[in-house]
Design a protein around this ligand. Structure first.
Ligand code: SAM
Length: 273
């Protein structure tokens, strides 16, 4: 508890998703799990009370820590005033344009963050949007959410979030983190997740939009068989043709289709017009 007193504000802001990582062993485990190198430039999302900031900064060339809470930023500035490779940035991560603000257009950085649960999805969407500037990201997320991200076909967790993230990145849970490693203690356990951004994507921009339209439609009504949930998205005759071409059962449900099955559906659509 010593860590929570002293210089730092005693109160935490629930509205900003503040659950601070207070277990020192976990802090070290996360820093080691990131496998950063001394040539890396790293963006830390939500440094909070700096639990990970110093341990990570000691391993890398430069660390930008983006924190929305002004009070915390003041304390972080004070805490790290003698650490030239730590730059504290008072900003909303969801409003920060990565290339241009502090990253050069072609530069690749790495990302780490015990990110606030209330904006986990938009943060991940943003990281994937900027994937050309990001090599990999290491994120602490609610366990259930992380499981949905890495889920494979056939699992109850598999859905449009899995397809969306796995389209752009390879996702892997490195380990779980018990909820009592945080203060205040959240309701659920967390997972430490690695996202490796893919250099090459399987579809061009137009087909990519189509892919996500089909995936969303398929999982919007996941209890329905695929043939019914894609009604109005892909004409039935075309669907039947595709199902037989790719040996997909007519009564298949969306969670049984792998990402490459969905990609096949998109890729072959125009050939069957
Ligand atoms: N990294 C610290 C740790 O592990 O103890 C704090 C983690 S806490 C779960 C999330 C942090 O993100 C908080 O410090 C919170 O103020 C900050 N935060 C919340 N929303 C943010 C936003 N939109 N942009 C930047 N930081 C944000």
């Amino acid at each position: 508890m010593k860590y929570l007193s002293g210089l730092w504000p005693r109160k935490y802001k629930k509205s900003l998703g503040q659950n601070f990582l207070v277990d020192k062993n976990l802090q070290r485990k996360i820093a080691a799990g990131c496998s950063f190198k001394d040539t890396d430039t790293v963006l830390e999302i939500g440094p909070g009370r700096g639990a990970l900031t110093r341990i990570i900064a000691d391993k890398v060339k430069l660390l930008y820590a983006v924190e929305i809470d002004k009070d915390l930023c003041r304390h972080l500035e004070e805490e790290f005033k003698n650490s030239p490779n730590i730059k504290i940035i008072h900003h909303d991560i969801l409003k920060l344009e990565l290339p241009g603000y502090f990253i050069k257009p072609k530069e690749k950085i790495k990302v780490v963050g015990n990110i606030p649960y209330y904006i986990s999805t938009p943060i991940i969407e943003r990281l994937l949007k900027y994937r050309q500037n990001i090599e990999e990201a290491f994120l602490t997320l609610q366990k259930e959410f992380a499981k949905r991200i890495v889920a494979k076909p056939g699992s109850g967790d598999y859905g449009s979030l899995s397809c969306f993230v796995q389209y752009y990145a390879q996702a892997q849970i490195l380990f779980t983190i018990k909820k009592n490693s945080f203060f205040p203690v959240p309701k659920v356990d967390s997972c430490f997740l690695r996202l490796n951004m893919k250099d090459k994507l399987p579809l061009g921009p137009e087909k990519e939009k189509e892919f996500f339209r089909v995936v969303r439609a398929a999982f919007n009504q996941r209890r329905k068989i695929l043939r019914n949930s894609l009604q109005g998205v892909i004409p039935q005759s075309r669907l039947d043709h595709l199902f037989s071409k790719y040996n997909i059962n007519k009564n298949t449900r969306p969670e049984e289709l792998s990402q490459s099955d969905f990609i096949n559906l998109i890729n072959s659509q125009e050939n069957t017009l």
